[in-house]
Write a protein that binds this ligand. Structure first.
Ligand code: IPE
Ligand code: IPE
Ligand code: MG
Length: 245
């Protein structure tokens, strides 16, 4: 196997994706393969979150979005949902100081009002503490759905029309982005989905119009930093045309 330094030296630091979005998938299967309860997979997945956040910010990625819980994930058994919420609280308690020290701004994509009180409070505390940080934006997609987000954006836009902030004719494909959770951020250049599934599962539907996709069979709890670098190197060999020639 190629070592991590050789791999890193293959990255073109002048052509980094500004925004990487990851669908963190495969935790359950990782645990099931080891005859462990699914929540062990989520626990191990959290360790990869810590590492990937660190690696991404260290190499100079400006926006990192991690899909942690979808609007459809409420369909799961209550024990699994509770386990995921506990892991979220644990993650913030363990990592908030380090995120802050590393100048990372935490941002949530999704409606956090629907979260139970404990995770909601932790999330708000983390957002407030890291509000002025500028090295990297870490978006955690939580109770997030791409369709929900578009509806949320339309409702916000209609409110602005109502109060005269924008007219009916002013709305266009660019300024509509300002009504989404990713307001002010560049669209993802690279979307990574581990675990072998070839679908989007309601992720960033508006923002991924021209994103590059990278699918990997590695399960998220096995997704060490080398896989992130491999994805970036692959991305750097693509020819992005945005409809041009
Ligand atoms: C983690 O992987 C993603 C979350 C929804 C938290 P999964 O829990 O979906 O794992 P698999 O896909 O069942 O293996
Ligand atoms: C997508 O994974 C959501 C997250 C990673 C949070 P799922 O495991 O929920 O997606 P499906 O059900 O396989 O499409
Ligand atoms: Mg899954």
């Amino acid at each position: 196997m190629i070592n991590i330094y050789d791999l890193k030296s293959k990255i073109d630091f002048d052509n980094l994706p500004k925004h990487i979005a990851i669908i963190m998938d495969g935790n359950g299967r990782w645990a099931e393969k080891r005859s462990l309860p699914r929540n062990f997979g989520h626990q191990e997945g959290m360790e990869r979150v810590i590492e990937i956040v660190e690696s991404a910010s260290q190499i100079g990625i400006k926006y990192l979005t991690l899909y942690a819980f979808s609007t459809e994930n409420w369909k799961r058994p209550i024990t699994e949902i509770e386990g995921l919420m506990k892991i979220l609280v644990l993650y913030i308690r363990r990592e908030l100081d380090r995120l802050h020290k590393n100048n990372i701004k935490l941002n949530i994509l999704g409606d956090i009002n629907k979260l139970p009180e404990a995770p909601r409070k932790e999330v708000i505390r983390a957002i407030e503490k890291t509000e002025h940080n500028i090295k990297m934006v870490l978006n955690i997609a939580l109770n997030y759905g791409g369709r929900d987000e578009i509806i949320y954006g339309i409702k916000k836009y209609l409110k602005d029309v109502e109060v005269g902030k924008i007219t009916y004719d002013d709305l266009n494909a660019d300024n509509f982005s300002n009504y989404l959770y990713t307001k002010g951020q560049p669209d993802p250049d690279l979307v990574i989905r581990p675990s072998g599934e070839l679908r989007l599962s309601n992720f960033l539907l508006y923002q991924i119009a021209y994103s590059e996709f990278y699918f990997s069979n590695i399960l998220w709890p096995d997704f060490k930093e080398n896989y992130l670098y491999e994805a970036i190197i692959d991305y750097q060999n693509r020819n992005r045309r945005f409809g041009g020639i």
